[in-house]
Design a binder for this molecule. Structure first.
Ligand SMILES: [Zn+2]
Length: 423
């Protein structure tokens, strides 16, 4: 049975930190159980004896291996939410290790553990109402006797008011509550300085292509040469690499994106290319959430017992309907974000192409990002020179920035295509 950290690719350092923290957390629980008859447990965690941690819990021993608030940072696809969920499972694990086999591990990984809440922002930001309700629920005693865990998948999408509500909870954490935040970085644009100062940071890196390829081959049974190509083309995004390796449609969508530079022959063609890019991103988004949606729904239905006729069944069914509705709401929010993310990845692919052209124009001794369009990038390098390639790369990056700043995606992409065509 692989343990809960098995899916974290190329993140040895982070996994080591989380394993130590989970062990320290288990020690805290044992300690509390041992002391319960002697003295009432005070708020906060008793100091641990782990000398490794440097960034300890507020008001506690900085040497404690466990703390109440964590931020997982890293580029998209590096596994921020995978890491947070695995750590949550290790905290709920009966053995305190994240064994992968006990009910605590199992239900957490399946998303059905009663003491693990996953926050996915509704729409594009997490509002204050949602956060207040969450903080309130997180303060209750864990029903399983271990920890109340709150995972906030896109903490960079908190509204300011929601951030303040969260900060209050993190400043005075209930004794058994743990907050796990995921964000691209600890830059003040992503996470407020005050929240950051209360959290321990677990930085994830862009996993090296070789590590991604190895996992695709070992875990997913993908042929090594295909795994290697997919890992390089996905630029360290594990989920994307798997889709590229397995799904011919995903490969077609990527090819459609990389065909853009060739298609830009006039104004009309530029608008057509904009539509094609947006459609490819929409299809990619749909595919990226379909698998997770189905798995979550199946897990929830199993957890709800899918039936039951005894006394109380009517109430259970009413509760089940509510849970299914919650799940559907969460999945809808995720679909919205998946569209943005897929468009951003398409732009990153395109930027990779112009980066390849720039590198070639400069004759820099660096490997291309896209080996399969290297010849086309070479032709571009000849035609445009370094300066022209750089201007085009900048046009793609400006499009990303505009969408980030809430310009309507279609308008930003059309402007980019015109800039790419004019050169
Ligand atoms: Zn376990």
């Amino acid at each position: 049975m692989p343990d809960v950290f098995a899916d974290l690719v190329g993140q040895d350092e982070a996994v080591a930190t989380l394993r130590r923290a989970a062990a320290a957390a288990a020690a805290v629980l044992r300690h509390a159980a041992g002391e319960r008859t002697l003295a009432p447990a005070g708020p906060g965690l008793p100091p641990g004896d782990d000398a490794d941690a440097s960034d300890g819990m507020p008001g506690g021993d900085p040497g404690a291996g466990m703390t109440h608030a964590w931020i997982f940072t890293g580029p998209p696809g590096s596994g921020r939410s995978v890491a947070a969920r695995a750590f949550a499972a290790a905290l709920q694990c009966a053995y305190g290790t994240g064994c992968g086999g006990c009910p605590g591990c199992h239900t957490t990984m399946a998303g059905t553990h009663a003491d693990v809440r996953l926050v996915v922002p509704e729409g594009l930001s997490i509002g204050v109402g949602e956060m207040r309700a969450l903080v309130l629920r997180a303060a209750s005693t864990p029903s399983g006797g271990r920890w109340q865990v709150v995972i906030i998948e896109d903490a960079d999408r908190l509204t300011e008011a929601a951030g303040n509500a969260l900060l209050k909870a993190i400043e005075e954490p209930p004794a058994r509550t743990v907050f796990l935040l995921c964000a691209p970085s600890t830059h003040p644009d992503d996470i407020s300085v005050t929240i950051r100062s209360r959290c321990r940071v677990v930085p994830l890196r862009q996993p090296p292509a070789a590590a991604v390829a190895e996992v695709l081959a070992r875990r997913d049974g993908i042929a090594p040469d295909v795994a290697q190509w997919a890992a390089a083309a996905a630029q360290g995004h594990v989920g994307r690499a798997r889709r590229l390796a397995r799904d011919p449609e995903a490969r077609k969508r990527r090819e459609a994106v990389l065909a853009v530079p060739r298609r830009l022959t006039g104004v009309g063609a530029a608008f057509d290319a904009a539509s094609a890019l947006i459609e490819a991103a929409e299809a990619e988004a749909e595919a990226s959430v379909a698998e997770a949606d189905a798995a979550e729904r199946a897990a929830l239905e199993t957890a709800l017992g899918a039936g039951g006729t005894g006394r109380g069944a009517a109430g259970a069914i009413r509760g089940a309907a509510g849970q299914l509705k919650d799940l559907e709401k969460r999945q809808k929010s995720r679909a919205t974000r998946a569209q943005r993310d897929a468009l951003d990845r398409a732009l990153v692919d395109l930027a990779g192409f112009y980066r390849d052209a720039l590198v070639m124009a400069l004759r820099a001794p660096v490997e291309p990002v896209h080996t399969d369009t290297a010849a086309m990038a070479g032709a571009g390098a000849q035609k445009w020179d370094a300066e022209g390639a750089l201007r085009r790369l900048e046009a793609v990056l400006a499009c990303r920035a505009a969408i980030e700043a809430n310009v309507k995606p279609r308008i930003a992409v059309e402007a980019m295509m015109l800039a790419l065509w004019r050169g």
